[in-house]
Design a protein around this ligand. Structure first.
Ligand SMILES: [Zn+2]
Length: 210
């Protein structure tokens, strides 16, 4: 069994989606300064790095991150190769991606994963066109992952992709790093922090390879 960590590290140097709070991690207690323990204060948005979007992110009254069904967040997952897509993933791209008929969890590996090597937020990431979002809903997929900070194209005039997915209760994992993961079948575990009424949840995400 091999465990692939597909989470990105949280640090002040990481890219943050424009408009979201900056990441700050400051020591509060330090052994080096005579304190008994090391303790830090964290400050960052709940859509930082690898995180889940629950329905409450875009749907008034939708489920928050603490209310998600954990059985969706753990189980068989398919990683699909969409590295040739240049701008937005369309329904046609997904149709050709060899996604098994009954797939519940699908993670999309795109050229985005290479963007993690670059400093600062990169606007030219690959996201889902709204027809791809509709395709995901129609196929009964319950969890979809993308390897940069949003499922929606940067500068989209309206958040149609998010609305289609989250209105249908599809859970979105954003900000995974699939650079070192080959397309194929895995077991996914992606558990967000249990933030009461949270509209987003930073998570540690792993893929287990049998
Ligand atoms: Zn998000």
């Amino acid at each position: 069994m091999k465990i692939h960590d597909i989470s990105v590290s949280i640090s002040a140097a990481m890219p943050v989606y424009p408009g979201d709070p900056a990441v700050s991690i400051e020591p509060v207690l330090q052994i080096a300064k005579g304190d008994d323990a090391n303790v830090s204060r964290l400050s960052f948005g709940n859509h930082t790095g690898t995180h889940l979007d629950p329905p409450a992110h875009f749907v008034p009254g939708g489920k928050s991150v603490d209310q998600l069904n954990l059985s969706t967040l753990f189980g068989p997952a398919r990683v699909v190769d969409l590295t040739r897509v240049q701008t937005a993933i369309t329904a046609d791209d997904l149709e050709r991606a060899r996604i098994p008929k009954r797939a519940v969890r699908v993670l999309c590996k795109t050229r985005n994963s290479e963007l993690w090597a670059r400093a600062g937020f990169q606007k030219d990431f690959v996201a889902f066109a709204w027809d791809a979002a509709q395709w995901i809903v129609d196929r009964g997929i319950r969890l979809i992952g993308i390897d940069y900070l949003s499922a929606e194209s940067f500068g989209a005039s309206e958040p149609k992709t998010h609305r289609v997915l989250l209105n249908a209760g599809v859970i979105v994992i954003e900000g995974i790093d699939l650079r070192n993961v080959a397309p194929g079948n895995y077991t996914l575990a992606c558990l967000p922090l249990k933030i009461k009424d949270g509209d987003g949840g930073p998570a540690r995400a792993i893929l287990i390879e049998e």
